[in-house]
Design a protein around this ligand. Structure first.
Ligand SMILES: C[S@@+](CC[C@H](N)C(=O)[O-])C[C@H]1O[C@@H](n2cnc3c(N)ncnc32)[C@H](O)[C@@H]1O
Length: 298
């Protein structure tokens, strides 16, 4: 089953949470995202997969879920999440590639991917993986970076930007950073057996001069109202969607959880400090409470 997967935008050793969020002047965007998530999240759920969890900025917002799996490619992001969230049986930390999710089919009743799809060169492959691990009727909250945003449209007409915001293909504006067209995202969701239920446009006021003159909390309140137009048009840099998994999904058998990302076997045995695949013999470390599926131990 080992297949070649696209390159990963590696956040190992990054201080993203501190430099981008805590000290990066993004209180307005953070609050606007909190409002959008609150609107979309179901009241309750059993097991949620947070893909690209980073340092766990959004994790405390998933209040209704009994357990949450924080998955990220970066081990150091997960360590930061552990520090932020503290010790709890409610959280499971997994270092793995979103293109090769190490879980059995149909395991989760919810999944989120916030500010992560924009690092995916092969976004449809990542979306298909999400569908695979969701049970039928499970829900998927996906945030994506929108190329059809007002700033990009203006820049294009003023000839300050070469790429067209109107065409369906994704644009890689910096290496491994992609903006997507809303229509294309909707097509990919549908093709992967997701039924789009709701769209919220987020960060309407992500413009330096506006942010300088108006308090974050005021902008977030204005954003909260404007978000409600998200099903009609999408012209913001960020769009939140919720979709339902439709069609058949295998039911994960009792006790089954992890799947070997190398051979696809669901027969993984937990030993002290490692998981061992009884099919291909690959061994994966469990270090400081993090299941590490990035590569097998040698
Ligand atoms: C911009 S950060 C967002 C973190 C968090 N969702 C938030 O909104 O604060 C993107 C995260 O996606 C992770 N990531 C990128 N590519 C990934 C992949 N292929 N598999 C798993 N995680 C990935 C990065 O390590 C990083 O922590």
């Amino acid at each position: 089953m080992t297949q070649k997967t696209p390159p990963v935008c590696d956040y190992e050793g990054s201080d993203y949470q501190k430099s981008f969020w805590d000290e990066g002047g993004r209180a307005y965007e953070d609050k606007a995202e909190e409002i959008a998530l609150k609107r979309l999240l179901p009241k309750s759920g059993k097991l949620l997969l947070e893909i690209g969890a980073g340092a766990g900025r959004n994790t405390p917002r998933y209040k209704g879920y009994e357990r949450i799996v924080l998955l990220d490619y970066s081990r150091t992001q997960l360590q930061q999440a552990q520090e932020r969230l503290g010790e709890s049986e409610r959280y499971i930390y997994v270092a793995a590639d979103a293109y090769k999710l190490p879980f059995v089919d149909g395991l989760f009743d919810g999944a989120t991917m916030i500010r992560t799809l924009h690092h995916m060169k092969d976004a449809p492959a990542a979306i298909q993986q999400v569908r695979r691990i969701l049970e039928s009727s499970g829900n998927f909250i996906l945030e994506y970076a929108n190329k059809l945003n007002l700033k990009a449209i203006l820049r294009y007409f003023l000839r300050k930007q070469e790429w067209s915001p109107f065409t369906p293909e994704q644009v890689e504006f910096v290496a491994l950073n992609f903006d997507f067209h809303p229509k294309t995202i909707r097509k990919w969701l549908e093709k992967s057996n997701f039924r789009l239920e709701r769209q919220l446009t987020v960060s309407h006021f992500r413009i330096a001069i506006i942010k300088r003159f108006f308090p974050a909390i005021f902008l977030a309140k204005m954003d909260s109202i404007a978000q409600l137009t998200g099903d009609w048009w999408q012209l913001t840099p960020s769009v939140f969607t919720i979709s339902e998994a439709v069609g058949e999904s295998p039911v994960a058998s009792e006790g089954a959880f992890f799947q070997c990302p190398q051979c696809g076997s669901t027969s993984l045995k937990e030993e002290p400090e490692m998981l061992s695949c009884s099919n291909c013999d690959a061994k994966y470390a469990i270090r400081n409470g993090i299941y590490d599926f990035r590569e097998p131990l040698t």
